[in-house]
Ligand binder design. Structure first.
Ligand code: SF4
Ligand code: SF4
Ligand code: SF4
Length: 371
């Protein structure tokens, strides 16, 4: 099995912020040993050495958390040295880092620029929306500080994209968010659904995104995006690019749109491996990078079960006219039917609304691009 990406948590789920909806805090609460501390130099060395052996022509080291910058810049300097040391076949190495932006300063920016890191910064739309749920450790607002961090990335010429969590409130403000990002010149955008805590009936939190709100959000966002696309000025919005790609005959790069989970090779700070960031819980542990071969993670029974469950689509999905585009969405958003053991996406009604209104235009764009 060729390894393409490894998701590394250098500071486990530790964070300098306290967002109300943090899904990783929820996962850590559900594990026997929640926080795994800071990643040791031995562990990161094992990770990189084994990852390079398992890679094809290219490998992506994707750092995330918690907040990965808490591990400190010296750790990342050593990462670069190790990548060079163990890259004996001239593999193309890509480094990405997902951050809340809270601690990003000029020194971090210089490092990112020098080593060509692609940065993802979490921003939830406008100042008001962002500060509603994205708090610092004392419960205070964080937008102003994060905004400064993004300006710094711009000043240093660091490549970045904006990752936005779609809460119930954010979903009501698609136009405001779209216009704000346009004004800021944020051309690379990714929107992810706000997760309710694992195992909890969805929809009961203040921030919970409902299927209807999600459908309205996607429809409105697409309307704005399409208008700009026709003028040749549209930003990159990952989900839309994937839908267009599917209809143009290009396989989606996002597992959420492939209809099946795959082993994403998450590495916790103590070296334990999990198949996906949304399933970094004890029952999904695949082994440990310090003691196992990476190839074993793909083949063990836990991984097989994880993937197998994601293939169990409800009859309604398999017969759905939108299945080719929707593929039942991300497995983490699906609800299991206890009688059949099959799954259907909680956001189904939202997806239907979106596809009914926008799929013909998505197809038109795909046909145009194919030509
Ligand atoms: S910044 Fe990310 S890891 Fe930190 S509390 Fe917020 S959602 Fe969780
Ligand atoms: S749970 Fe979602 S994000 Fe994780 S592997 Fe499955 S489809 Fe991908
Ligand atoms: S729209 Fe609903 S029924 Fe159709 S594939 Fe998606 S989740 Fe399944």
């Amino acid at each position: 099995m060729i390894l393409h990406t490894i998701l590394i948590k250098p500071a486990s789920g530790l964070c300098n912020m306290r967002c109300s909806y943090c899904f990783y805090c929820d996962e850590m609460d559900k594990r026997e040993e929640g926080v795994r501390g800071m990643m040791s130099m031995d562990t990161v060395k094992n990770l990189i050495k084994k990852a390079m052996r398992q890679a094809g022509d290219e490998i992506c080291f994707a750092f995330q958390g918690g907040e990965p910058t808490l591990r400190g810049l010296d750790f990342f300097r050593e990462v670069i040295r190790l990548e060079e040391r163990f890259n004996r076949r001239g593999i193309r190495v890509i480094n990405t880092l997902q951050t809340n932006g809270f601690a990003i300063d000029g020194e971090w920016c210089r490092f990112f620029k020098e080593h060509d890191f692609l940065i993802g910064v979490s921003v939830d739309g406008t100042e008001e929306l962002h500060d509603r749920y994205r708090h610092d450790a004392a419960g205070g607002p964080t937008y102003a500080r994060v905004r400064k961090a993004v300006d710094l990335l711009d000043r240093y010429g660091v490549a970045y994209n904006i990752l936005t969590v779609v809460t119930r409130q954010a979903a009501e403000h698609a136009e405001e968010i779209y216009r704000e990002y346009k004004k800021n010149g944020w051309h690379y955008q990714q929107y992810i659904v706000c997760l309710d805590p694992a195992g909890e009936e969805p929809g009961n939190r203040e921030y919970s995104l409902t299927p209807e709100a999600y459908g309205t959000f996607l429809t409105e966002l697409f309307r704005l995006w399409e208008k700009d696309w026709r003028r040749g000025k549209a930003p990159y919005i990952r989900q839309f690019e994937n839908y267009i790609g599917i209809l143009a005959g290009i396989p989606p790069e996002s597992c959420e749109q492939r209809g099946t989970c795959s082993v994403q090779c998450v590495a916790e700070a103590d070296g334990r491996a999990y198949p996906c960031d949304f399933y970094a819980m004890d029952e999904y542990c695949l082994g440990n990078y310090n003691s196992s071969r990476i190839g074993d993670f793909f083949e063990n029974e836990t991984a097989k079960h994880f993937i197998g469950e994601s293939l169990k689509h409800e009859e309604e999905c398999r017969e759905c006219r939108w299945f080719r585009l929707c593929r039942n969405g991300c497995h983490r958003h699906r609800i299991r039917n206890e009688k059949t053991g099959l799954y259907k996406n909680y956001f189904c009604d939202g997806y239907r609304m979106f596809f009914e209104k926008c799929a013909p235009r998505i197809k038109e764009i795909a046909d145009y691009l194919r030509k």
